[in-house]
Write a protein that binds this ligand. Structure first.
Ligand SMILES: C[S@@+](CC[C@H](N)C(=O)[O-])C[C@H]1O[C@@H](n2cnc3c(N)ncnc32)[C@H](O)[C@@H]1O
Length: 296
């Protein structure tokens, strides 16, 4: 897969300024100094980042500390403590995977398929951004999320509280209550999918500041995914859908894994966002159809 997939932690910040505690005094002089410092450190969106940091810091000491962390290479989202995702402010603690803007495409696909009241599982939920965003888009979803990383679980609990989501800690489906089996309408699974030997090629923001378990998908990047697809049919309701992101290069293997798991696979991509989503449907009748691919 391309190393740009699941790679860039700091993304172009939103032009919309978030509401925040009061900024330090003399914002304009601070602003130009911060922009200069960020630009010298190689921040491409120095003006936007400076504005966000100035908004977030409560005083000069805090601003200096935040700028220092950013200049030292921490992802902007970890410095701020949040990432923007589908217009939501998602809490992201140090080490936790920063939800990527391209993954909004996965949520958009899920939102088309989920009916109000749908039972939704967010596997490998990280910060919980996907479930939180789907809960904001679709009325009354019953949301269950899980992650193996305790730091991610703590974040996700904060982020899905507003939509009444429950977050479990553990390996893939392991921590979910058995009564969920056969009831899941939408199974989201943005699992790690970077091939092991490409993890070292990722930008430092991801490689150093995000947990390796959030990135490393095994030899071909599909190890975790294959475990997800192997068991998905047991958890999905008839007609339920599994949705996950993958790289373009991995699509044929991902479709095969979905079909091997007894689901009807198709893929959809958004060229502008370099996003590819595979959707596997549990058939109501038990028959399978051909693999399909389309672009939007
Ligand atoms: C690529 S990140 C995606 C996080 C989130 N879904 C998102 O899109 O922002 C993958 C997540 O999978 C979790 N993870 C990796 N292996 C796992 C496993 N075996 N069981 C549960 N979670 C796992 C990592 O801790 C990480 O939070």
């Amino acid at each position: 897969m391309s190393v740009s997939s699941q790679s860039s932690a700091s993304q172009s910040p939103s032009a919309q300024s978030p509401s925040s505690p009061s900024s330090p005094s003399s914002p304009s002089s601070s602003s130009s100094a911060v922009v200069t410092e960020l630009r010298a450190a190689g921040c491409v969106f120095a003006e936007d980042e400076a504005r966000l940091l100035l908004d977030a810091a409560r005083d000069h000491a805090e601003l200096a500390a935040m700028v220092g962390r950013r200049v030292a290479g921490q992802p902007l989202e970890h410095v701020l403590g949040w990432a923007e995702f589908r217009g939501l402010r998602i809490a992201v603690d140090a080490g936790v995977f920063v939800p990527r803007r391209r993954t909004e495409f996965l949520v958009e696909q899920a939102a088309v398929l989920a009916r109000p009241g749908a039972v939704v599982v967010d596997l490998c939920c990280g910060s919980g951004a996907l479930g939180a965003a789907l809960g904001a888009a679709v009325d009354r979803i019953e949301l269950y999320a899980a992650d193996i990383d305790p730091a991610a679980v703590r974040c996700a609990r904060r982020n899905v509280a507003g939509v009444g989501g429950r977050v479990y800690e553990g390996d893939l489906y392991g921590p979910f209550p058995g009564v969920l089996r056969g009831r899941v309408d939408v199974l989201l699974a943005n699992v790690p999918y970077v091939p092991t030997e490409e993890v070292g090629l990722l930008p430092a923001e991801a490689r150093i500041h995000e947990a390796r378990v959030a990135l490393d998908g095994g030899a071909d990047g599909l190890d975790v995914l294959r475990r997800v697809t192997a068991d998905a049919a047991r958890w999905l309701a008839p007609g339920g859908r599994l949705l996950f992101e993958t790289s373009e290069r991995q699509v044929p293997y991902a479709l095969e894994a979905v079909a091997d798991g007894g689901l009807v696979p198709r893929s959809v991509s958004d060229e502008e966002r370099y996003a590819t989503v595979v959707i596997g449907t549990r058939s109501v009748t038990g028959t399978r159809s051909v693999i399909g691919t389309r672009s939007v």
